[in-house]
Design a protein. Structure first.
Length: 331
């Protein structure tokens, strides 16, 4: 006999019993916080803040020496691919048991939804971090665009070698049953063509309104610090280099190269033709912008490929900059 949604009697109680339960024992990082990894992280992220790499510059800000980027806290405790596929030492963990129970309920697919960090102090070279993860909540069944599922929220607590908490991370995923595709019926009347879906609206605020206003005029405007002339994108209220709140803009020439890219297959959105290309383009002016690539197949994109600015007039209220391959010069 099955209960609601075809689940076995008692399933809900077994699932909710995970609330407050630890998923893994405290797991120490494989290595202590160290300067080489900080340097690699800062270079990969394009973060030029000298407090991460220059001890003298860090001391000038009142710190004792270099510090690690706050958002790097999770990276110190990542175990690597080999550890994630190896059989767990000492048998199944609480995490394994939770996943098995969710699989039993048919929630076999997963997508991350959001992550919230709280940082209590900066990490410095020599800190040896450990992480402990526990279940904060498992939601009731909810219907989503991906399928029926449950939101699982866990709390990761990061501690130093003395057991003091240095950061927490609230991590939420959706475990769901993929929605079955509906087969068309012969007797069904021809459906009226739906109106084209609108692209998601950007979150416009007083810091970035100039960018979208410029886009509406087919002008790619980049924010520039009025004190030190540093270009920055995405826009923000304060210069990360000198701290100035004064700024103006420059119009980008529209030439650049692909710095990085991903081919998005999921989640699907009706306003996008899947798969679609999302790229970080390094502009000739030196700053970078996240954008879509058009006019090129995913297999033909390469890092360093020359691209030029194009404009997507998505609808009467939204124009966005996109990039396409630069035309090749005739021999």
């Amino acid at each position: 006999m099955t209960g609601v949604s075809g689940l076995q009697p008692g399933y809900e109680e077994r699932l909710q019993a995970f609330t407050g339960r630890a998923l893994r024992d405290p797991t120490p990082a494989q290595d202590p916080v160290n300067q080489p990894m900080i340097r690699h992280w800062a270079e990969a992220m394009g973060d030029t803040n000298p407090v991460y790499t220059d001890a003298e510059a860090a001391r000038a800000t009142g710190r004792e020496g270099v510090v690690a980027p706050a958002s790097m806290v999770q990276a110190w405790t990542m175990r690597g691919y080999a550890a994630t596929v190896a059989p767990p030492e000492g048998g199944a963990t609480g995490y394994d048991e939770l996943v098995a129970l969710l699989d039993e309920g048919g929630y076999t697919s997963v997508v991350a939804t959001d992550s919230e960090f709280t940082f209590l102090r900066e990490l410095v070279p020599g800190d040896h971090i450990a992480v402990h993860e526990s279940v904060e909540s498992v939601s009731a069944e909810k219907k989503t665009g991906l399928g029926t599922g449950r939101f699982v929220t866990t709390l990761k607590t990061y501690t130093d070698g003395q057991g003091e908490t240095v950061a927490t991370q609230r991590w939420r995923t959706l475990r769901f049953r993929p929605a079955p595709e509906k087969a068309p019926t012969a007797a069904a009347a021809p459906a009226k063509a739906p109106a084209p879906a609108l692209r998601p609206r950007p979150a416009v605020n007083r810091d970035n309104a100039f960018f979208f206003e410029g886009a509406g005029q087919h002008r790619l405007l980049i924010q520039r610090c009025a004190s030190c002339s540093l270009l920055r994108h995405p826009p923000g209220p304060c210069c990360p280099e000198c701290g100035s709140l004064e700024w103006d803009t420059v119009e980008a020439a529209g030439h650049g190269q692909v710095y990085s890219f991903v081919v998005n297959h999921h989640p699907r959105h009706p306003a996008f033709e899947s798969p679609y290309l999302v790229a970080v383009v390094e502009l000739a002016e030196g700053t970078r912008i996240v954008t879509n690539l058009t006019g090129v197949a995913p297999d033909d994109v390469t890092i360093g490929m020359a691209v030029v600015l194009d404009w997507l007039d998505a609808d009467p209220e939204l124009t966005l900059p996109v990039f396409r391959p630069a035309p090749t010069e005739a021999p």
